[in-house]
Write a protein that binds this ligand. Structure first.
Ligand code: ZN
Length: 273
């Protein structure tokens, strides 16, 4: 079996960001989860990106037996919370975290830094990132970390916490080899998504030939980043085996080996198994 370690089921079915899920949306999500299961993807980690999306993630996890949740505020969303203190912004997440077992919360995320879309408030993003790393340490959870146009700055923040026992994954890893080496040395994982199947991404393929399989997690980031043969369409967790097959072909090993090792990695990081 496979695990999709990073997916946005909520965003696959809602029309507007941050919209709370209605009953019809839950039914469509159950259908997506069943399709994934038929493709061998037996667990899905559904990622929060803001307060409402974290509430949605938990609601889906509580409803679908094979879905788990993460809660967090995405760097691109932090400006929505600039009118109040960071601790006030994180209070609704704490309410969910107090019951983390019942809410099936397996990580804090997605958090990180994103300097791609302008304008952005660099300091506010860094402050939210640090506060959420501290939340992960407090609740003994791993982090799902997002980096876009901000590799050096993310590394600077993570370095401050590298001796505090932080655990987690750099999700949708598209950075360079030296950054990969450093985060691996800190015990973090790298998330592999369908960009490995895109013709132009030769450097990424070269890099993923070298990263130890024991440190790779498979993820779709659905509805974004569909595999090459589905580009232009919505991505879905049922496509995880295609990412596994691409990695297996690249490394000249069986897809079953990729399946076994990456699933064991995910179980260790998110489920403590
Ligand atoms: Zn994501």
């Amino acid at each position: 079996m496979f695990i999709d370690t990073h997916c946005h089921l909520n965003m696959m079915v809602t029309k507007k960001p941050d919209e709370l899920l209605c009953n019809e949306s839950f039914i469509i999500i159950e259908h997506i989860v069943n399709q994934a299961e038929q493709a061998g993807v037996c667990s899905i980690i559904n990622v929060g990106t803001g307060i409402n999306e974290s509430l949605n993630s938990v609601a889906v996890a509580r409803r679908c037996s094979h879905v788990y949740a993460t809660v967090g505020i995405h760097p691109e969303d932090v400006s929505q919370y600039a009118h109040q203190s960071i601790q006030a912004s994180l209070a609704p997440l704490r309410e969910l975290l107090v019951h983390k077992e019942e809410n099936k919360i397996v990580a804090i995320g997605e958090v990180g830094l994103d300097f791609f879309h302008t304008p952005y408030d660099k300091q506010l993003q860094i402050d939210f990132f640090k506060a959420q790393i501290e939340l992960a340490l407090e609740y003994q959870l791993p982090l799902t970390i997002h980096i876009r146009e901000a590799g050096d700055e993310v590394m600077k923040v993570l370095e401050e916490y590298s001796h505090d026992g932080i655990r987690g994954v750099i999700h949708c890893f598209l950075q360079n080899e030296s950054l990969a080496q450093t985060i691996l040395s800190w015990g973090l994982y790298v998330g592999l998504d369908a960009p490995i199947t895109y013709p132009k991404n030769n450097d990424l393929r070269e890099l993923f030939k070298k990263i130890p399989l024991e440190r790779i997690l498979l993820e779709t980031d659905a509805p974004f980043l569909p595999p090459q043969q589905y580009r232009g369409k919505q991505n879905t967790p049922a496509y995880i085996p295609l990412i596994a097959a691409a990695l297996a072909a690249l490394r000249d090993i069986d897809t079953a080996v990729v399946e076994d090792v990456t699933t064991a990695n995910a179980q260790k990081l998110f489920f403590g198994k």
